[in-house]
Design a protein around this ligand. Structure first.
Ligand code: SF4
Length: 205
């Protein structure tokens, strides 16, 4: 592999777009790696994997699909019973980044990095900490880039390309949390509408 070779972990198709485009713009040779045993249930995993393949076709980048990716039991075991949002994410990042760096090492890539650095909803600093640790353990350099400023460009392009956009991060706990947040937002909207209605009624002659 060349001096500019990067093995890019991708969590899904939409999140891969900006990292691939901006790394290429800098002159890097990018190969993507889909390794996400955190995505449940299986049907959702298949959706996201297919979408990553579609994104790879559209942007014409090489994509490696991890054969053992759908191994929820192994992923859950590695969480060691930690369920709190944030804490469990650190374990989740570590698993995916370690697998990425080991695969990068096997194939002789100079750097590894991740599309998780594109998301505004992930714990950016924790991802960096875990990636640096993994780099120390494996000897593969971590290439840090902050892709978050391209958030809306990525959303617009993913819509243009017709890519599936998921509604929760990946694990079943995050699906439940996203449902609760949606319900809370809907309730707040209902409350605001009610207040407006009452205020209008008060001003009626
Ligand atoms: S919320 Fe996302 S990052 Fe956190 S544990 Fe679940 S899948 Fe992993």
């Amino acid at each position: 592999m060349g001096e500019n070779s990067v093995f890019l972990h991708i969590c899904c198709g939409p999140c891969s777009l900006m990292p691939v485009m901006h790394l290429r713009k800098e002159g890097f040779e990018v190969t993507a790696f889909f390794f996400n045993p955190n995505i449940h249930p299986e049907e959702e995993y298949e959706f996201r994997r297919a979408c990553a393949q579609l994104a790879a076709e559209k942007l014409d980048y090489p994509l490696v699909l991890a054969g053992e990716a759908q191994a929820p039991a192994k992923w859950i075991k590695a969480l060691n019973g930690i369920t709190a949002e944030g804490e469990r994410c650190v374990q989740c990042y570590r698993q995916r980044l370690l697998a990425t760096a080991l695969e990068a090492k096997k194939h002789g890539f100079r750097f590894f990095t991740t599309s998780l650095l594109y998301s505004r909803y992930q714990h950016h600093e924790a991802i960096c900490r875990e990636a640096e640790q993994v780099a120390l353990e494996t000897g593969v350099a971590f290439l840090y880039r902050d892709f978050r400023p391209y958030w809306y460009d990525g959303i617009n392009l993913s819509k243009e390309l017709g890519l599936y956009r998921q509604k929760w991060c990946g694990c079943l706990l995050s699906r439940k949390e996203a449902e609760i947040q949606r319900e809370q937002r809907a309730e707040q909207k209902r409350q605001k509408a009610l207040v407006r209605k009452l205020a209008m009624a008060e001003h009626m002659p």
